[in-house]
Design a protein. Sequence first.
Length: 215
Amino acid sequence: MTDAEKASLAVFKSPRATAWTRERVAKLDRTEVLHLQANAVRLREQEVADLCAEILKDLPDRGPLSSGAAARRKNAARLIPRTKAFQARGVWLYEPGTSWSGIRKSDGGVVFALWRASIQSEDGACRSLLWSPNTNGRRPWSDSPAGRERRDHCVYALARGSAQGLLVHGEALADRLPEDRAHTVTGVDPETIIDLQVEQRGAEFWAIWGKKRPQ
């Protein structure tokens, strides 16, 4: 765990996370902001989560993910394989080599693997595309067994009202979905779990989290 991540957890021990100013968050790299946002959402510190979402809009989606080679090595060292990350959350994948989502037997909860670099900001919240139809042959993975499984899990999670997400780190290929094939997959951070909701937008299913609660 990096010093920034330790600090992000420690600061939430106080009643309010007032230590996270815009200037302080702006000094973090994208990975550290995502970690801070995930912790803020989990601990219901909505102001910090909203601030992270605003900062993420100005950070590049691609490129260096840490502040130096030492930090990159440190980050990679704590990552674990996708299947082991699911197992740590009580989910045994139907097809360990290809499945990107599963259902926890203990309580029926759905857990999705989310490609970290694909996370987008929207109106102060975060979103990640879970499944989209294979229109004009552009997303053949959606018609694969793993893609159909993912869609079934989206439908189930939508009806259930909640789900969880794991962040998968790696480098995508320009012409392939990372769920199908990636340039590199460095692993999943086992310490980060995102509580999310699934929304259907037309024929697409999206993971949404960090929404501001009604006053």
